[in-house]
Design a protein around this ligand. Structure first.
Ligand code: ATP
Ligand code: MG
Length: 448
């Protein structure tokens, strides 16, 4: 993670008085804090749901609705990493004791000086820093079990971190095999919902006729086959996360039903008129470009915007080649341990070069499968270019050391790079090169 996002402190001030809000905001902004304000507990909760917040400074008494103590308790239960400071113009020992018991870090009585304010906020800040450094460090190049050290993956990690600290819906985009489900799980297990279920729903797999009962459950006797009461995905995931995988393949009927749940946060079991409130975080994923499906009428715009509150787009592996070698080492170690090998096999330089230059149309899943296969099939400890699938071998050309290349070499290198860019597909490569497949094959065979 970049230090920039880690070091900035986000403060949310909650008070019904405009004047207090703007005074405190001005002071803290001047002190280098990123400051947000809310005029009551309700709007504070909305900010907590959608923004990263480190410290909440809240008034104790508020004339309407919930008060500072309610907010404090809610934060203790739902946003464990957020620290709270209470400010009040009506101090009494009893409420102060209660606030500290309920987990407030600081209790400040109005009026207070700017120095008193800063001292209190600094104490909280130090506590947060101590907690962050005390927690076990992730290995470098790895975040919640996700491998990646490219700047593009750093950005993905930052977004996962932010998503995990909020309740906002998340839309994950990325080609097949880039790790969409892995990212969804990381968000769930990094959030306060980690103890509750993570339920993965494949939107392609549910026929329209079973949709409602699969999603929302049914009561006994709701239809002929409903012999007993059965819970749907949404009931099973209560307090946890529902992962709507391949949302781009959801039928129009399913899209409409999902939209309704997202809007109302309520469901009905089939055969029951009773409405159930649900408390669920929604994460959706698709390898399709949903935005481009909207004008064609294939995906509902209203559903898209409900889901795309936090967007995480995972770039394909060929756009972050720095991650290839760390992934290769990770999977070599993993599969060698599974095979109980004493030492993981070692790649020759050229074999590694071939992996680095390959286009990986199947992304990390393809890499994972390849390494698993190699660990099983190689019988000496070395993996050579000849052990690799044909489509990868073209990425390495053995050349003599002279500075200039022959025309033949240039031709071979060019053929190799075209083949690599189309994942070894000779028909496509021949098309690009403007020759027929047979000529291409002859040129490749001559080289070997
Ligand atoms: N950065 C990564 N680090 C380690 N393993 C990864 C990484 N990205 C993906 N994987 C692994 O690759 C495989 C595919 O990942 P996942 O199933 O999450 O991809 P996906 O994007 O959901 O693919 P699809 O669109 O095909 O469903 C999994 O075994 C996952 O553990
Ligand atoms: Mg998937």
């Amino acid at each position: 993670m970049s230090t920039k996002a880690k070091d900035r402190f986000h403060v949310l001030i909650v008070d019904n008085s405009d004047e207090t809000l703007s005074n405190l905001k001005q002071q803290l902004t001047g002190g280098g804090y990123d400051v947000m304000t809310a005029q009551g507990v309700e709007s504070a909760l909305a900010v907590l749901d959608f923004k990263q917040v480190d410290i909440v400074i809240t008034a104790l008494r508020m004339p309407i609705g919930a008060d500072g103590l309610d907010l404090l308790r809610y934060i203790r239960d739902h946003f464990k990493s957020v620290e709270v400071m209470i400010i009040t113009a009506y101090p009494d020992i009893e409420s102060a004791v209660q606030c500290i018991k309920d987990g407030a870090q600081e209790y400040l009585t109005k009026p207070f000086s700017e120095t008193e304010l800063f001292n209190a906020v600094e104490r909280i800040k130090e506590k947060i820093i101590r907690r962050k450094t005390a927690s076990p460090e992730e290995k470098p190049g790895q975040f919640l079990g996700i491998i990646g050290l490219s700047p593009k993956m750093e950005e993905v990690f930052e977004r996962i971190d932010r998503a995990a600290q909020t309740n906002a819906n998340v839309l994950i985009a990325g080609e097949s095999g880039t790790g969409k489900e892995l990212v969804a799980r990381a968000i769930h297990y990094g959030s306060y919902r980690a103890e509750a279920p993570f339920v993965s729903v494949n939107c392609t797999a549910i026929p329209d006729s079973l949709l409602e009962s699969e999603l929302f459950g049914h009561v006994k006797g709701a239809f002929t086959d409903a012999k007993t009461l059965r819970q749907g995905f949404f009931q099973i995931a209560e307090h946890g996360t529902i992962f709507l995988d391949e949302i781009g393949d959801a039928s129009p009927g399913m899209q409409a039903k999902l939209l309704r749940v997202l809007q109302s946060k309520e469901i009905n079991m089939v055969g029951s008129s009773q409405i159930q409130k649900i408390d669920i975080r929604i994460i959706a994923a698709s390898h399709k470009d949903l935005k481009s499906m909207i004008p064609k009428g294939l995906f509902r715009e209203d559903l898209y915007y409900r889901l795309d509150v936090i967007n995480i787009t995972i770039p394909p592996l060929r756009e972050r080649r720095e991650d290839i070698l760390p992934l290769v080492s990770f999977y070599l170690k993993k599969f060698s341990e599974e095979m109980e090998l004493k030492n993981p096999p070692v790649f020759s330089d050229n074999a590694l070069k071939a992996l680095k230059n390959y286009s990986w149309p199947g992304n990390v899943r393809e890499l994972e499968n390849l390494i698993q296969r190699l660990v099983v099939i190689v019988d000496d400890d070395n993996i050579k270019v000849s052990d690799l699938p044909e489509s990868m071998r073209f990425n390495v050309i053995q050349r003599n050391s002279s500075q200039f290349k022959t025309l033949k070499e240039v031709e071979q290198e060019y053929i190799a790079s075209v083949l690599a860019s189309v994942g070894g597909n000779k028909t496509k490569a021949a098309q690009i090169l403007g020759i027929d497949r047979k000529t291409l094959r002859l040129k490749i065979e001559k080289e070997r």
